[in-house]
Ligand binder design. Structure first.
Ligand SMILES: [Fe+2]
Length: 246
């Protein structure tokens, strides 16, 4: 079967629509969403509306959780603007999302990893604050409690596929809506895909093997960069315009 995997849409409805069109053009009908769907300075409510209408199997990201667990005063600069846009039905949808989903036997959906929704899995910041492939020991440790042959995760916004020692696979499709960001946890670092296009993945799941296409989809990213600028977030604007941060 073929499966389209989207993650980290972060309220970028234009990127989401471009990706959904690409999926349709490829004739893929099964889609899964790995969370962090609405948080950010863009169009949270419209993004939620698009995905809610499609009933796509979706897991809860850390930002999705914070949007329903935190008081607005305690929210960060990504979550507060999204929260202000969302209606009760959107928040109820987020509140009811599961942390993990098994859409079919042997496949696990999670946000950051199968254990928690914040610990980076396939990539980690190095001492210079740039992201690099995580050690085998780190990746294997987080897969230990999980029996799926294919584990799908998001959260780092970086596409990648890692094969475990026992032959199982961990895949991150990259981010649909946010190609670069800075974070202070566990220490200051920058994540960049390097270009503004939306990312996702299409998998062909055979009985014994997995064929993966990482997709890079152009959309009107400058329109979203201008929207971020209009809303006073220069960092989001730069990330949307270039996929990098100076
Ligand atoms: Fe996340």
């Amino acid at each position: 079967m073929r499966l389209a995997v989207i993650a980290d849409v972060h309220g970028n409805d234009l990127a989401l629509e471009a990706v959904l069109s690409d999926i349709e053009r490829l004739g893929v009908t099964d889609i899964v969403n790995l969370g962090d769907t609405v948080s950010g300075v863009l169009n949270a409510a419209r993004t939620a509306d698009i995905l809610m209408a499609r009933n796509i199997p979706t897991v809860r990201g850390n930002h999705d959780r914070w949007l329903v667990q935190k008081h607005p005063d305690a929210m960060g600069v990504w979550d507060r603007p999204a929260w202000a846009e969302l209606a009760t039905q959107h928040l109820n949808w987020l509140a009811n999302l599961p942390a993990t989903v098994t859409p079919q036997a042997g496949v696990l959906l999670c946000h950051a990893n199968p254990v928690d929704d914040t610990t980076y899995w396939l990539h980690q910041p190095s001492s210079d604050g740039r992201m690099q492939l995580a050690s085998s020991a780190h990746i294997e440790a987080l897969a230990q409690q999980c029996e799926a042959r294919l584990m799908l995760c998001g959260h780092t916004h970086l596409a990648g596929l890692v094969r475990l020692a026992d032959g199982r696979s961990v895949l991150n499709p990259g981010s649909v809506g946010c190609q670069a960001y800075r974070d202070d946890e566990p220490f200051s670092h920058t994540v960049e895909s390097g270009s503004p296009e939306a990312r996702y993945a299409v998998l062909h799941l055979g009985e014994h093997d997995i064929d993966v296409s990482f997709r890079v989809v152009a959309y009107d990213h400058m329109r979203m960069a201008r929207l971020a600028e209009l809303r006073g977030d220069a960092e989001w604007a730069e990330a949307l315009a270039t996929g990098r941060l100076r």
